[in-house]
Design a protein around this ligand. Structure first.
Ligand SMILES: Nc1ncnc2c1ncn2[C@@H]1O[C@H](COP(=O)(O)OP(=O)(O)OP(=O)(O)O)[C@@H](O)[C@H]1O
Length: 582
């Protein structure tokens, strides 16, 4: 190979390339004004690399007619014989040199490789497909014997209404049929374990297969369609809906379906059929892919479901954002009276496009490997009172060197006791308005005539300082937060059942009252119900952004769970939207 590459053609480029160069000159003389492009093309056509590549191409194509055969298929064995023979000779320096050469690992590996290639040993040995002539129809048939344990065949069949024949409709990647390499889409099924199935109902065939124990022998008429070898795609998708093939009336074959849950990561191995993808659940040991609805089909199904729902008395209503949008300064979802300690309710810019009834089915993801010294912000989302700030406070107190909150900006004037950049960054109202217009706040709001907001800069400066930034924003802020730059990890802090809320929140415990000097808030029963309702609204609207959900039941246990999650985020790879890593 190096000989070919270095041996560039004497006397200039190939005739074909010369013609191309000439035509470039002609174009150039016409003055098209594309001199830069022409220069690039000229450079490329004249490059030594291209000349060398063309020579290699010519050389290889000129050899194609030669039926090259290996000199030997057992060169390793021959070398061993030579070695034994040589050892019986007097040890001259040449003999010694040859013996050393024959013994060297590289030489042995070279001979082994040549033998393997000569024997084509690199191709897995598949049983040869016996072709015979079907006496009735004079057509070539193949007999395929599939060894399997308890796993299904991994193929679907369909009836061709015109011919009345059953044919293979789909071969599931990684299944027994696919592994055999001998069953292809379009093959006509004539016999199953010696039983003639021509003209029979596909369900009968399914029954025969289900009843069969051990190996299965199929008599197939190969399809005329070229059976391409498909490579598995590397696409991974996070599912944003639950899927049960047995409840899906559209799926072509329920048994071939792959059930999954919202949040599961799916390896989409084949998207040839836009409507029905083949997929495996990430981490699943079963290598056989299953059918799942493709993105477009699922979106259509969901749109239909919503339309029908709306006509059907609003069963699947539009998202109820009114409560959220009109929330008052306490950040409550329904305008609940502000708690004294709360001062700020933030709003996110232009959130309507974000909150409207988007149809989110799958999201393409890729693995993100944690970078040392740069941590993903932890974003705690939840209804007011669920415990986000309590957990944030505990995290920061547990290791203030490692965790940090952001410092908000405000247009209110600084009190004498306050230090700029400590509790707040104090800026003028005009300046604050300008920054809001420049979309530099992930959320902002007005309280008693003053603006307050969390800026993107305040988050990045915590990240750049090597800290884990902990945030408890309104869910609407996720729109701005979820970016390749910030890569937030979103945890939904979900209230437990009403009974557990009553147990843990209604009665202020002595411990709660004095714990860390904070006054524990008590809730009325109505407020607890509201909390659950608001949680379900947030879940309905934003769950596709959650990386994890933690039910805030027993505080100590929950905090341990949170710490464990935070540790994993810092040390283990996680799935993130593909645009964050590419
Ligand atoms: N698991 C829990 N068990 C008992 N009390 C809890 C628990 N989690 C939080 N609390 C208490 O509930 C009250 C509300 O919690 P917190 O202020 O953290 O809520 P929040 O989600 O931040 O909502 P808000 O923004 O309205 O403050 C606090 O007094 C807190 O100590």
């Amino acid at each position: 190979m190096p000989a070919a590459v270095n041996n560039t053609r004497q006397g200039g480029p190939e005739p074909g390339v010369q013609r191309l160069l000439k035509s470039l000159d002609q174009i150039s003389s016409r003055g098209t004004g594309k001199e830069k492009d022409l220069m690039f093309l000229r450079g490329m056509f004249q490059s030594q690399d291209l000349q060398a590549l063309l020579q290699v191409h010519h050389k290889v194509s000129s050899q194609e007619h030669l039926d090259l055969k290996p000199m030997a298929r057992n060169s390793f064995q021959i070398a061993a014989q030579v070695y034994d023979e040589l050892r019986t000779h007097p040890l001259t320096s040449e003999v010694r040199q040859l013996l050393d050469l024959l013994l060297s690992p590289h030489f042995k590996a070279l001979l082994t490789a040549q033998d393997k290639v000569a024997c084509q040993d690199y191709v897995p040995q598949l049983p040869s497909i016996p072709h015979e002539v079907d006496e009735d129809e004079n057509r070539a048939v193949k007999i395929v014997r599939i060894m399997r344990k308890n796993d299904p065949l991994g193929a679907t069949i369909r009836l061709n209404e015109e011919t009345g024949m059953i044919y293979v409709a789909r071969v599931m990647m990684g299944g027994a049929a696919d592994r055999s390499g001998s069953i292809h889409v379009g093959d006509e099924v004539h016999e199953v374990n010696g039983i003639n199935v021509r003209g029979r109902d596909p369900d009968d065939v399914v029954q025969i297969l289900a009843a069969a124990q051990g190996p299965i022998t199929l008599k197939l008429v190969p399809s005329n369609v070229d059976s391409k070898i498909y490579r598995e795609s590397r696409v991974r998708m996070r599912a944003h809906f639950n899927y049960d093939p047995f409840k899906d009336t559209l799926i072509p074959c329920r048994e071939a379906g792959l059930p999954f849950k919202k949040g599961d990561i799916l390896h989409i191995v084949d998207q040839t059929d836009l409507n029905w993808w083949q997929a495996r659940r990430e981490g699943d040991k079963n290598m056989r892919a299953g059918l799942i609805p493709g993105k477009q089909l699922q979106e259509r199904k969901e749109a239909m479901r919503r339309t029908v729902g709306t006509l059907d008395g609003g069963l699947y209503r539009e998202r109820e954002n009114k409560g959220i949008r009109s929330s008052t300064m306490n950040g409550s979802l329904d305008g609940r009276k502000a708690r004294k300690t709360k001062k700020i309710m933030y709003q996110s810019e232009n959130s309507s496009d974000f909150d409207n009834a988007e149809i989110i089915t799958y999201e393409e993801v890729e693995k993100y490997y944690p970078e040392s010294g740069r941590y993903r912000p932890i974003v705690l989302i939840g209804p007011p009172g669920a415990g986000r700030n309590e957990l944030k406070r505990r995290l920061i107190t547990s290791n203030p060197e490692h965790f940090s909150a952001t410092i908000p900006h405000t247009s209110r004037s600084k009190k004498p006791s306050e230090v700029d950049g400590k509790e707040y960054y104090f800026v003028s109202r005009t300046e604050m308005d300008r920054r809001i217009a420049e979309r530099r706040f992930v959320e902002y709001g007005e309280y008693k005539g003053n603006l307050y907001g969390t800026s993107i800069e305040s988050i990045t400066s915590a990240l750049n300082a090597g800290k884990v930034c902990v945030l408890t924003p309104h869910p609407q802020a996720l729109k701005m937060l979820r970016s390749a730059e910030l890569k937030p990890y979103v945890i939904f802090i979900k209230p437990p059942s009403i009974e557990r809320l009553r147990d843990t929140r209604l009665v202020p415990t002595t411990k709660g009252n004095t714990d860390n000097g904070m006054i524990q808030k008590t809730f009325s029963d109505e407020e607890l119900h509201e909390m659950i309702l608001n949680a379900s609204k947030i879940e309905e609207n934003y769950s596709h952004f959650f990386d994890k959900t933690i039910v805030n039941d027993e505080l100590t246990t929950v905090f341990t769970e949170l710490c464990a999650a935070v540790y994993r985020i810092e040390h283990e790879p996680q799935w993130v939207p593909i645009s964050w890593v590419r």
